[in-house]
Design a protein around this ligand. Sequence first.
Ligand SMILES: [Zn+2]
Ligand SMILES: [Zn+2]
Length: 196
Amino acid sequence: MVMRQGSNICMTQDKYSLLVLRLEDITEDVMEHSWNVPEELFECDDNPLPVGGTTNLHGKIYKLGVNVHFRGEVKTLLRLKCSRCLKQHKSLVESPVEVSFLPIDSINPGTEELQLGADDLDAQLYKEDEVDLFPAVRDQLWLAAPIKPLCSKGCRGLCPECGANLNDENCGCKNVVTDPRFAVLNKLINKDKKQE
Ligand SMILES: [Zn+2]
Ligand SMILES: [Zn+2]
């Protein structure tokens, strides 16, 4: 399997070249492979996925006629902000990745719109002699990232009165409301007050 690596990945002609595979290297026999994707590869995006370490991709790839199929798993650490206490932390995110690549010239030029069936939601078109696993990997990680990240299951959040991080200290305020959403709000309000 061909892997190209450059020190300045975003500056290379194809910024995602590490996960670009040449068709001639893919066989009809299933091949198993692992990739260690450096975090810089994700920084090339306009809205970069906040990866905090090497991303591991592992999977099986094979050709079936002109189509290429990949099925595997991706695992990475994401830098996230706790939705209760706002602390930055790293969280392990894992997701299956499944993608099929169809040659762009297999689409009938007479049809204006690409007609993919419901089973082909994870299908991508490829041009010439290369398929690129990166977009599928990145999209799956975005989908797998928690909407409300937590630094730990038992995170106690912020004090809604004074904004203290209740994981670190017991501020002693009364009327502690347990809804962490208000705590975040109060922290912002208190911050504004301090700045005035
Ligand atoms: Zn937290
Ligand atoms: Zn307090």
